[in-house]
Structures are given as structure tokens and as C-alpha cells.
Design a protein. Structure first.
Length: 395
């Protein structure tokens, strides 16, 4: 059945927490303190499937269970296949490991120069500044690190990381991630961004965050002022399904945009969540209406215990093919595989090139039509001679 957009999601309210005063509900500290982190808390509001119960009891050995009240409201508690539910409630599949799965699927540890600082690409670094998130995605690439459920004992070394960046003039681009950088206190984030801005060869600062999606209350005027002060600071948020595109998220994105923060979105292709062309089209249309440019669709990384959420690479190619020519080019993200072992992001596209020979490239468009583009210039003629040719081409 084709996906139909539920516009009520834009105005999703406090739901199960309607009794909480609005000022309290909109306090991001309250949201964090009242996260659902135990099976017993979930069972107050919903009936877990046996697989979910199994996954919840195992979570503290793999990746902690944590869901903000705001995000929990987006779950359909009567539908075990709810796409929001599948992202944040553990399942028994997390307890099995397929032979191809790894603790560090994209090889970050092998490129970690100091604790928390990954230098894999020539001109940019990944700066992991915390191991905490507002809620935990069950397919998290860094599940070895975040929440410390696996006793990885990660502690970011800010000074070592900053000194490394200062001493490497080839680094012009710094991506702050973690965990989620927006969980840092305003004072600490202000200090960190200020230190980076003081490094003359750093031209580009980015933040990867799911906080606007899990905890839009965190996007306060004070936070926006900090980002504006050190801007431009680019931000990639992480939305996987249209149900996550609420009015609260839209308002948070508006505040960020007005503070001069360019916004992109990174989705992960997940089975039963967004592995459907209609769902993905509805998602990108909502993102564009929130001033968010669809940036990447990731093939799910080969993290341990994720096989129940991974879908075929061909599905991602099929989705991109279904978007090209059927929606605005601004709305078409790049489908990528972050190569296992540390090879970096590799774009995966439908085959639009039919053939290339000495004289021409033959291209296939979104409707399947073939078109030729010459690779060598033809014989030039004076404008006077060309005029009648151009006139004849109109008929």
C-alpha cells in the first residue's frame, strides 16, 4: 500500500505527558531527566513483544536504552512495526552477530590520532566530543563507544584534539560528533567552538546531531546565539521517517536557520523504517519544507547486532532511481556506503551511463530514454552558414 502522509504529526503535542506544565515539558533538562531507560517504564505505557523484551534486557550489554518523553510520543504503541519504534526500542536481533558484522565497522579506531580525534580524509577530522546521546539509535555505528554499555571507557581529550588540529595545517574542516555535541553545556560548547575558530587554517566547522529530532527543546535561543557567534557552523541532523518531522522539529530548524546555521539531513536506510520510495519521498519533501537539505542516505553500517535492520543495497539504488526526475533536485540525497574497514564514503548511484566510446557518451534519463552527448567537437562553421541549420532545427 502506498505511503500516505499524516499531517497530524506536524502538531503532535505532549501526549502521555499532557499533565506536565508546558514550561516544564519544554525544558530540555526535564526531558533528559525523565527519559525512559528501563523495561518497567516502557511497560507502563505499552505491551512489548517478546523480541523487544529480550532486546531490552540485553541492552545494557550492548547499547543503553534511552528515549526522551518527546520522542516516545511519536511511537505507535499498538503497532510493533511502527517505524519510530523500530529505531529506539531494542529487539532480540541485537543479541546475534552475523559473520560480516564488526564492533568498529567503518574503521575509526585505526585512524584515531588522539583519543576522540579521527583523521581519515586528507583535509578534515572527526572530533568525538562526548559518548552520550539524548536517545540511542539501535543501529548506532558507535554502539561500542556511546553510553559505555560495552565498557569501552571512552573519554574525549579536548586539549589533545585541539593541539592536534592546531599542529596540522592541512586540516581545514572539523566535524564535531560523538555521542551528540549538543548535549554539551552552552559554556563548554561556546568554549570549544571559540577555540576552533581561533585556529586560522580551520575554515569549516560542522556538527552532527540528532538532538533537534530527539530533543528539540535543546535548541534554545541561547544555543542559537552561540552558533551564530561562531558561525557559519553547519549542521547535519538525522531524520529517518516523516513521522519524526513534527512542528517542534520544524520550529527548532527554523531557529537554527535564522541563526545562520545551514542544515542538511543524513538518513540511514533501515528495513521496515524507510526502505520504501514513497516514504523516502514524503520525508524529503517534509525536510525541504523545514529548510533542511537532504544530504546523505547511508547504507546501514555493519555494526554488530544490526542484521534485522539492514536492507539490501539494491533497495537504496531503487529509491534514488524513483526520486530522480520525480522531485526537485534539491531533494535528492546521495546514497553512500561508508566502506567497511575505513575506506570512507563511496557514492552508489543507479546506472545512468549506457555507454561511452571515442565520440560520444550515451545517457539514460529517468524515463528510460537514451540521449547522446558528443565527446569531441564537430567541425565549426561561420555563424552565417550555421544560421540556416539552426532555423531548420526548429521544424
Amino acid at each position: 500500500m502506498p505511503y500516505t502522509e499524516n499531517r497530524e504529526a506536524w502538531t503532535k503535542g505532549q501526549g502521555l505527558w499532557e499533565h506536565v506544565p508546558a514550561d516544564t515539558w519544554n525544558d530540555w533538562g526535564w526531558q533528559l531527566k525523565n527519559r525512559l531507560t528501563k523495561v518497567e517504564q516502557l511497560e507502563q505505557f505499552m505491551t512489548l513483544t517478546p523480541e523487544e523484551k529480550q532486546g531490552c534486557y540485553f541492552a545494557n550489554s550492548k547499547l543503553a536504552l534511552a528515549i526522551t518523553p518527546y520522542f516516545f510520543n511519536l511511537i505507535d504503541r499498538d503497532d510493533p512495526s511502527c517505524p519510530v519504534r523500530r529505531q529506539v526500542i531494542p529487539q532480540g536481533g541485537e543479541m546475534t552477530i552475523a559473520p560480516e558484522e564488526m564492533l568498529d565497522p567503518v574503521g575509526e579506531d585505526g585512524h584515531m590520532k588522539v583519543p576522540g580525534l579521527v583523521h581519515r580524509y586528507p583535509d578534515r577530522v572527526l572530533f568525538l566530543v562526548t559518548d552520550r546521546c539524548a536517545a540511542y539509535c539501535r543501529y548506532c555505528t558507535r554502539s561500542r563507544l556511546v553510553s559505555n554499555a560495552q565498557d569501552y571507557n571512552f573519554h574525549p581529550e579536548y586539549e589533545q584534539g585541539l593541539r592536534y588540529i592546531e599542529s596540522h595545517p592541512e586540516v581545514r574542516d572539523v566535524l564535531l560528533s560523538g555521542g551528540d555535541p549538543l548535549l554539551l553545556a552552552d559554556r563548554k560548547l561556546d568554549h570549544l567552538l571559540g577555540r576552533l575558530r581561533a585556529i586560522k587554517h580551520v575554515e569549516f566547522i560542522r556538527i552532527g546531531s540528532r538532538i533537534p529530532v530527539f530533543l528539540p527543546q535543546r535548541v534554545t535561543p541561547e544555543l542559537c546565539e552561540i552558533l551564530k557567534k561562531h558561525g557559519p557552523v553547519w549542521m547535519s541532523i538525522h531524520v529517518n521517517h516523516p513521522k519524526e518531522c513534527t512542528q517542534a522539529l520544524k520550529d527548532a530548524c527554523d531557529r537554527l536557520s535564522y541563526a545562520g546555521v545551514p542544515l542538511g539531513n543524513q538518513s540511514v536506510l533501515l528495513k521496515g523504517v524507510n526502505d520504501d520510495a514513497d516514504v523516502m519521498k514524503a520525508l524529503i519533501h517534509r525536510l525541504l519544507r523545514m529548510r533542511v537539505r537532504p544530504y546523505y542516505i547511508y547504507q546501514c553500517d555493519l555494526i554488530t547486532g544490526s542484521s534485522h535492520l539492514r536492507t539490501e543495497v539494491q533497495k537504496g539504488i531503487e529509491i534514488i532511481r524513483s526520486l530522480r526526475g520525480h522531485t526537485t533536485g534539491y531533494g535528492i540525497p546521495q546514497f553512500v556506503i561508508d566502506a567497511p574497514g575505513g575506506g570512507g564514503k563511496i557514492p552508489i548511484n543507479p546506472d545512468y551511463v549506457e555507454r561511452v566510446d571515442e565520440n560520444e557518451i550515451v545517457l539514460r534519463n529517468y524515463e528510460g530514454g537514451l540521449f547522446s552527448y558528443p565527446l569531441k567537437p564537430g567541425k565549426a562553421v561561420p555563424v552565417e552558414e550555421a544560421a540556416h541549420i539552426l532555423d531548420e532545427s526548429l521544424f
